[in-house]
Design a protein around this ligand. Sequence first.
Ligand SMILES: *Cc1c(COP(=O)(O)O)cnc(C)c1O
Length: 389
Amino acid sequence: MALDPITQAIRIQTERTSQMEHSTPLFLTSSFTFEDAENMRAAFADETDDNIYSRFSNPNVQEFVDKMCALEGAEAGFATASGMSAVFASFMALLKSGDHLLVCNSIFGSTHTVITKYLPRYGITYTYVSVDKPEEWEAAIQPNTKMIYLETPTNPGLDIIDLAFVGELAQKHNLILNVDNCFATPVNQKPLEFGAHLSVHSATKWIDGQGRVMGGVVVGKKELIKEIYLFCRSTGPAMSPFNAWVLSKSLETLDVRMERHASNALAVAKALENYPAISWLKYPYLPSHPQYDIARKQMKNGGGIVCFELKGGLESGRAFLDNLQMLSLTANLGDTRSIASHPASTTHAKLTEEERLAVNITPGLIRISVGLEKAEDILGDITQALGKL
Ligand SMILES: *Cc1c(COP(=O)(O)O)cnc(C)c1O
């Protein structure tokens, strides 16, 4: 019986033990035992799939990976301790000295640091290309370009990149297309269907969805995942079995949660769009979004993030955060609880104003990670905070 991926994310399960448990137990063990010398030899020779050591194989981690592969339509995957270790492994396992990376200019801060500060030490060069103009990316491809790396929707600006367009570009030039799919989640957007070879995630965000554990995962083409597996097997950024157990359970509710996050976000976005204290607002599923048509084409819903620009810039941004009564001020996103952030005074404060503007981070930009509280309560807190500006 062919099951829908959403059903598979609920039903895929580690083989039952003799206890006949219904819920998967936690395999909190560093290593696994063998019946005899021959079984042990065969496992080490990769002739069997038997678990050896939890740095590179564990039933809880494998269950989480199998569910992720089902959701994204991927051949294989590997889970890591955090989103950043997944991103880093996807670079280090597949790029070598002399290779060039084409990167969309609006990416997660730590990914930017890895690309600009660490990769050049290993002889890997990069070119940043504009998120607004994918049609200009082809001109930046060099003979030694090996990979295109992008995020869509972008953080925090919610720009949308046409995955089918970039997928064709990657195929034409025989490049690996590596997409950070964290913001959309695997139930909302499946980059591999548009020609991506890898989809990477911070599982810390929507996948956990409750702000509890760190995790990361890469899914995609078998031969690429094999390289990532071998890199991680030796270098050790392993996902803990406990975190995998939590995250596997989280995947069972991801689709339901994301539908509510998105409907709450759409309600908040619609209500605030023409609010007097706001100069503009962006949400992928609002017709006013510059890439609305692309969002409709590649995303099942608009996701859980809304961003807007306050009239009054930096000072208004800080005052808005202080005026909030319910929304949390915290660095995370993708939680049941709504979160507000002001990138210009926090995550992106170290950049110059010019550098911030180059990646569409304006002084009064507010990012809301819309939670699962009642939409009226989320909106109520935001509008009372805006009213006091
Ligand atoms: C948080 C985040 C990461 C990094 O993930 P961690 O789990 O914090 O290491 C990477 N990409 C995006 C888009 C993120 O939001």
